[in-house]
Design a binder for this molecule. Structure first.
Ligand SMILES: Nc1ncnc2c1ncn2[C@@H]1O[C@H](COP(=O)(O)OP(=O)(O)OP(=O)(O)O)[C@@H](O)[C@H]1O
Length: 687
């Protein structure tokens, strides 16, 4: 089948429009919260902390000013401790001067804009540290408050990338780019390389055959390779071997993922192989175990760091003196001096980081992080800065994000790992579809047709929805010849695996020997041998019309906030929730620890009911939405399907990928509670 080529500038323009709508949808959500609400109600919602004052300022990461904030002494100071709040390390916040009572009305909006923005670098019981964005921003004085802001940096990187792609002259299109757009077929591997790979010495000989095949395939592919990893099949495990093998071939690698945690997961695993590497990214957002590999820490500890250190000390002394003077002129002079010093600091630091990044064989960053100057700075003289870009969890990334490292580095080879049969990234702008589009998406939902859903609105080779990931699109374009699938899964009991395997993975999944017969009764602590603990798969059928669902308005519900599935309304089913409780109780009474059990449901209204019913009764039990549970696993999972109606509508459950995620979280026990009349039909109609 010849691929349908895509016009590159048209693709980029469509992406830009879609990204714009998405950013607007995201900003509208936070704006609705922050612009209409008073600081007090923002604090109540956990989005702000009031009555703070700046207690110190110093030079931190990248020459940025870091301020420390504690409760103002008039309201108890540090001893009083911060009130409950939801501000976390890595969040972007605005630091704003508090408006005095008298000035409140007229000046409020003007004052708001006077604040400075920054990234939270530390959150403690008594205070919060913030690294300010603007280098020469004046630190607010007096009483201040902080408020959580939307993060649009990721959009900026994606937009910049799409603009570059849009404007790139055809003569600069690499073979990789042409393959990625179906303008060229993937280059076949060199026969000699394939022969050599036959006797490849494995670094981890315990890899299973499908993993070895995937590594060889990715090593041999000249331009693009997809590693398809269904749940629990060791996708990341396989990538580690691939990275180590590529390093043995002396290749330079840029390894990315859509989230910090996806990248840190790889850094941690590589670290155990003693691989020297550089993790680019804001240290505040990295796992503590990974910080030692971060560019920021390396900048301080490497040989080149001494030069940077001298100037940092000088800057710190200046920063401290600002707080000692009340004289306006003196303060201004200090700020001017600081500006000069900062310039010098940046230059020295940049030389240092260029040397570190440029000298490292593996650089790791989030996809959008790969658009930062650290990575770009290493692309030189027409030769790509990296030989291979590897993206983990690629089917959870927006396509534009996957382009960031490709465009930033000019790379010629790309390896994507993911599972297009689990949920794609959450899209908020789906709300703003045209009526026609909504109709077709409703139909898709009803039929449970993920493919139809994903393809809606496609035309002339350019598919116009953000839900279509690069992984999806490449599979559509080039089919199975660019992909290898991992088939042994190390999570689920064989019986739990069977349904998803048959429905979605062409019956190809095999349960590893160590997991295929694991039951709750075999847990490494005492669990009674009961009807429930010796059974891996239970279905509680609520059919019969008594367990009807209820529709609830979810206008401002968590569904939207957490990027879950509700658009406008949510569903609940109280009687079904009661059954969940019975089942959880049975498991706990048999000895299963609540920490080993998760209750998941696709509807937030149901989640709210379940939380109320179960949280106190079973401390340690985990409750979550299906979408929020992607990537996780538990010994036992109880799934509440909720839908029960005369029309047999299954709504969001009809999305096969959601059902797949829901059913592939457990290791030893899955209990599904639902109405077989409503839900069973969907299940059987798809067989
Ligand atoms: N060849 C193997 N032999 C034994 N265990 C393995 C093998 N490959 C993977 N595993 C185990 O399987 C589990 C899942 O591996 P990993 O975290 O790499 O999977 P993943 O596919 O990235 O995960 P997810 O399904 O969450 O995407 C891990 O506990 C890992 O140790």
């Amino acid at each position: 089948m010849a691929p349908t080529p895509t016009d590159i500038p048209a693709f980029a323009s469509t992406q830009l429009k879609l990204l714009d709508a998405e950013l607007k949808a995201e900003l509208a959500e936070t704006a609705a919260l922050t612009s209409n609400a008073s600081p007090k109600s923002l604090q109540r919602a956990g989005l702000a902390i009031l009555n703070l004052s700046v207690t110190s300022q110093r030079t931190g990461l990248g020459g940025k000013t870091v301020i420390e904030l504690e409760l103002d002494s008039a309201v108890g100071g540090a001893e009083a401790g911060l009130p409950e709040h939801g501000i976390r390390t890595g969040d972007i916040v605005g630091v704003q001067e508090a408006v005095s009572g008298a000035a409140k009305k007229g000046e409020k909006s003007e004052k708001k804009e006077k604040g400075v923005n920054g990234v939270v670098t530390k959150v403690g019981a008594a205070g919060v540290s913030v690294a300010l964005d603007k280098e020469d921003a004046e630190v607010p004085s007096g009483r201040v408050w902080i408020v959580k802001l939307a993060n649009d940096v990721t959009y900026k990187r994606m937009n910049d990338t799409m603009r570059s792609l849009q404007q790139l002259p055809e003569s600069s299109h690499t073979i990789l780019m042409r393959v990625l757009f179906g303008q060229a077929s993937p280059t076949p591997p060199n026969p000699e390389t394939l022969r050599e790979l036959e006797s490849l010495p494995w670094i981890d000989p315990s890899l299973n055959d499908s993993q070895k095949e995937a590594v060889k395939f990715a090593l041999a592919a000249p331009d693009v390779a997809l590693i398809h990893g269904p749940p629990g099949t060791g996708k990341t495990h396989t990538l580690i071997e691939l990275i180590l093998q590529l390093l043995k071939q002396n290749q330079r690698l840029l390894v990315c993922g859509p989230s910090n945690i996806s990248v840190d997961n790889i850094v941690e695993r590589l670290a155990s192989h003693k691989v020297p590497m550089v993790r680019v990214g804001h240290p505040a957002r990295l796992l503590p175990s990974v910080v030692q590999h971060s560019l920021d820490v390396l900048t301080r500890t490497s040989d080149a760091a001494e030069l940077v250190k001298d100037i940092r000390n000088e800057m710190d002394a200046k920063q401290a003196s600002i707080r000692k003077t009340r004289n306006g002129r003196e303060r201004r002079q200090i700020y001017t001096d600081l500006k000069e010093l900062r310039k010098e600091y940046r230059e020295r630091e940049r030389n240092c980081t260029d040397a570190l990044v440029g000298g490292s064989k593996v650089v790791l960053a989030t996809l959008h992080g790969a658009g930062g100057w650290h990575v770009k700075a290493t692309a030189q003289g027409g030769k790509p800065a990296f030989d291979v870009v590897i993206v983990d969890e690629a089917s959870q990334a927006l396509e534009a994000a996957c382009w960031v490292p490709v465009i930033a580095t000019g790379v010629r080879k790309l390896v994507l790992a993911g599972d297009h049969l689990q949920l794609p990234p959450t899209i908020k702008s789906r709300n703003s579809k045209t009526a026609k589009e909504s109709k077709s998406s409703k139909k898709a939902e009803k039929n449970g047709d993920a493919k139809e859903h994903a393809k809606e609105g496609s035309g002339a080779g350019v598919k116009v929805t953000l839900e279509v990931t690069m992984f999806d699109r490449l599979l559509d374009l080039h089919g199975d010849r660019i992909k290898r699938m991992l088939t042994t899964q190390y999570r689920m009991h064989e019986k739990i695996m069977r349904f998803p395997s048959e429905e979605l993975y062409e019956g190809k999944l095999v349960a590893a020997e160590a997991v295929k017969a694991r039951l709750l009764k075999d847990l490494p602590y005492e669990v009674e041998d009961s009807e429930d603990t010796r059974e891996p798969l239970v279905f509680w059928d609520t059919q019969g019309g008594e367990f009807l669902e209820k529709t609830e308005d979810d206008e401002i519900g968590e569904g939207k906030k957490k990027g879950s599935l509700m658009l406008g309304e949510s569903k609940s089913n109280e009687l079904e929730a009661a059954l969940v409780k019975v089942h959880v109780r049975n498991l706990v009474q048999a000895g299963v620890h609540p920490e080993d059990i998760a209750v998941v449901t696709p509807y937030n209204a149901q989640l709210a009911i379940l939380s109320q019913m179960l949280k106190e009764a079973f401390p340690g039990l985990e409750l979550g939405s299906v979408d929020g549970f992607q990537g996780r696993e538990k010994e036992a999972v109880v799934l509440s399907l909720v839908r029960s109606n005369a029309e047999h509508e299954v709504g969001f459950l009809g999305e096969q990928r959601r059902l797949n995620v829901a059913m592939t979280r457990p290791k030893r026990h899955l209990c599904v509670i639902g109405d077989s009349e409503s839900v069973g039909r969907y299940v059987t109609s798809n067989r």
